[in-house]
Design a binder for this molecule. Structure first.
Ligand SMILES: [Zn+2]
Ligand SMILES: [Zn+2]
Length: 283
């Protein structure tokens, strides 16, 4: 399972000279388990570069959306495969109680927010509302579950015979816990992350920021570590960096993690690696 990080930032894109190290594009992760297809986790602004870099052998992409906040869908309109006749694109994500995923996405993919409507796209497009059942995409089984974040939001677990990955970019599992995690069986997202090889998890806030933003749907690095430990994850990748946190801030945040309870590799845009051998290379 080869993983490439095209966007690691949360909430809003934050390009600039002081965010080059960790990246300015919003959530987008490419997973390769099959040479003719790709799995893409979220469609943040990183999706544009991913689409431009796809090799010609790839004929199908499955885009798994956690939720429809703008930082997770803003790259969709600039994803080149959507405009290639016959290219197979599958969009997966949560509907709401009253509106399905296609209608929810159309609110963005239509004027005045975007000039092209979903039905006008020339690709072979399928839009799938997620249920709680596992689904299969080429090369992997995908498990989903609703998780703690404002609005309908899911997390994902991808599994092959060789490796597993859990993706929870926007997640506040400590909300309403007196002491985390007193009752693990009730913990948001745990079923997705149990014993996983790689856990990509929200670590947006520092402790002071979190105290002012309880209920906003995000975690601190400490929360992510607690969650990873309870889940018995083998490796934690802190993700969804706050747009106000520049490279120096994030370096300071992660410099003391070498002796953490769970091994940590912070998410940096532009790095690619194989699960079970997380030595990153630049793309
Ligand atoms: Zn987000
Ligand atoms: Zn969100």
């Amino acid at each position: 399972m080869r993983v490439t990080l095209w966007g690691t930032r949360g909430s809003q894109a934050a390009p600039g000279p002081d965010t080059v190290g960790y990246g300015g594009n919003t959530s987008c992760v490419e997973v390769e388990v099959d040479p003719a297809s790709r799995i893409v986790l979220d469609a943040g602004t990183g999706l544009r570069r991913l689409g431009a870099a796809l090799p010609s052998a790839v004929r199908r992409v499955d885009v798994l959306l956690t939720h429809l906040h703008m930082d997770h869908i803003q790259g969709l309109g600039f994803f080149a495969p959507l405009f290639r006749p016959g290219f197979e694109v599958h969009l997966w994500g949560p509907g709401s109680a009253t509106v399905d995923l296609r209608q929810r996405l159309t609110r963005y993919m239509s004027p005045p927010l975007f000039p092209v409507r979903l039905p006008e796209l020339p690709c072979a497009l399928s839009v799938h509302d997620l249920s709680q059942a596992d689904v299969e995409v080429p090369g992997a089984v995908v498990r989903t579950a609703l998780v703690c974040h404002p609005g309908p939001t899911v997390g994902y677990r991808l599994a092959t015979e060789q490796a597993s990955l859990a993706y929870l970019p926007d997640h506040e599992p400590v909300l309403a816990c007196k002491r985390f995690a007193d009752s693990p069986q009730w913990c948001s997202g745990l079923d997705l992350a149990n014993d996983v090889d790689l856990l990509i998890h929200d670590a947006q806030y520092d402790d002071d920021e979190y105290r002012q933003r309880v209920g906003w749907g995000h975690s601190t690095l400490g929360h992510a570590l607690d969650f990873a430990q309870v889940a018995n994850a083998k490796l934690l990748m802190p993700f969804h960096h706050d747009p106000a946190h520049d490279d120096d801030t994030l370096d300071a945040c992660f410099e003391t993690t070498a002796s953490a309870r769970v091994p940590i590799v912070p998410a940096r845009e532009g790095e690619t690696f194989y699960i079970n051998n997380p030595q990153p290379q630049r793309v």
